[in-house]
Design a protein around this ligand. Structure first.
Ligand code: FAD
Length: 301
């Protein structure tokens, strides 16, 4: 471990890599996929907050009109807005909104095929600078062009640029797009995810693909077990999934469920002197389908 006091050696029976970027897995030499290798990686976003927003006036502006104005402002050449459908959200503080609007490329491919992303300190620094510049541009657009923002001002930038995807480990199982879109259930699932595949690729829009109405995909425990290691689990956005499956299951609540499961499994394994692979994952009885679902099935039959 690298600390202010220099390098420290840490020993343990079981390790959990919750670094988002699978740092432990990468340093240990275990297998992972770098986002961008197979499919385009998700972009970066510097979030920012605006204060003194007239929320009543802002709420009266439909989303489609916000998108239209963004598109028009970008086309005019007066504003540099790579993404044309970002969102702004109310916060617990009256008159303060939080935005998810900026969009930056999260990697580049070198001539030798190597991918450079924010795990490279120089790339990260450049992205932080560019993201903050872009945030100022979106704030200028909001003040100039969006109802309710006329007297608003930018008051905060995200402490760090928002990173969606860097390294995804190879686990004992790799969750796929087909698993997500068919809401597949697993014998060893430790959580559920109903979030759509939300793919923030480079370009003006975001691609959304939804699971069947009212259904959720299971998150197998095996996606947290690092394939090449005996005693390493992961939790969070570096879990074992393809690009598309990750674009659904990387959501916050699902990352928390993974953390709960990995922590519990690691504690059970350490206490019993067992391999995390041997920790049983008992499944609670699944509730019968809701009455509406039964009626729908009968109607289809
Ligand atoms: C702009 C943006 C908007 C989003 N919006 C939503 C949303 O509306 N809803 C939703 O559900 N999800 C959203 N997500 C997705 C979600 O927030 C993330 O996928 C999720 O929070 C990832 O959690 P994590 O703990 O795996 O990784 P991270 O949140 O990246 O946390 C990793 C932690 O590990 C620490 N760390 C990293 N490396 C090391 C190291 N070497 N040593 C020690 N510590 C280290 C970091 O400091 C950090 O605290 C959004 C993501 C972004 C970027």
């Amino acid at each position: 471990m690298a600390t202010k006091a220099g390098l420290r050696r840490i020993e343990g029976r079981v390790f959990i890599d919750a670094s988002g970027d699978a740092d432990l897995t990468a340093y240990a030499g275990f297998g992972f996929e770098t986002a961008g290798e197979v499919e385009p990686a998700q972009t970066l976003t510097t979030t920012f907050r605006m204060a003194n927003v007239d929320l009543a006036r802002r709420r009266a502006l439909p989303r489609a009109e916000l998108v239209r104005r963004m598109t028009e402002a970008a086309a005019s050449g007066r504003y540099d807005l790579p993404r044309r459908e970002g969102s702004d959200h109310v916060t617990p503080i009256e008159g303060v909104t939080a935005t998810i609007m900026t969009r930056l490329e999260s990697y580049r491919r070198e001539p030798d095929g190597r991918i450079v992303n924010i795990t490279d300190p120089d790339f990260l620094t450049a992205a932080e600078i560019a993201g903050r510049r872009q945030a100022l541009e979106y704030a200028r657009f909001l003040v100039d062009c969006v109802d309710g923002y006329e007297r608003a001002a930018l008051v905060a930038l995200g402490t760090q640029i928002g990173i969606r995807e860097t390294r995804r480990v190879y686990g004992d199982y790799r969750l796929t797009r087909e698993d997500v879109l068919s809401a597949r259930q697993f014998d060893d699932q430790i959580g559920l995810c109903g979030a759509p595949i939300e793919d923030h690729r480079a370009g003006p829009d975001t691609r959304w693909q939804y699971l069947p109405e009212g259904q959720a995909v299971g998150i197998p425990y095996r996606t947290l077990l690092v394939r090449d290691a005996a005693n390493v689990l992961v939790a969070g956005r570096c879990f074992s999934a393809t690009h598309d499956a990750h674009a659904s299951v990387r959501s916050m609540a699902q990352c928390m469920a993974m953390g709960q499961a990995a922590g519990t499994a690691a504690a059970l394994a350490a206490a019993a002197g067992r391999d995390p692979r041997d920790v049983p994952v008992p499944q609670p009885p699944r509730p019968p389908p809701a009455a509406g679902a039964i009626l729908e099935l009968r109607a289809d039959a």
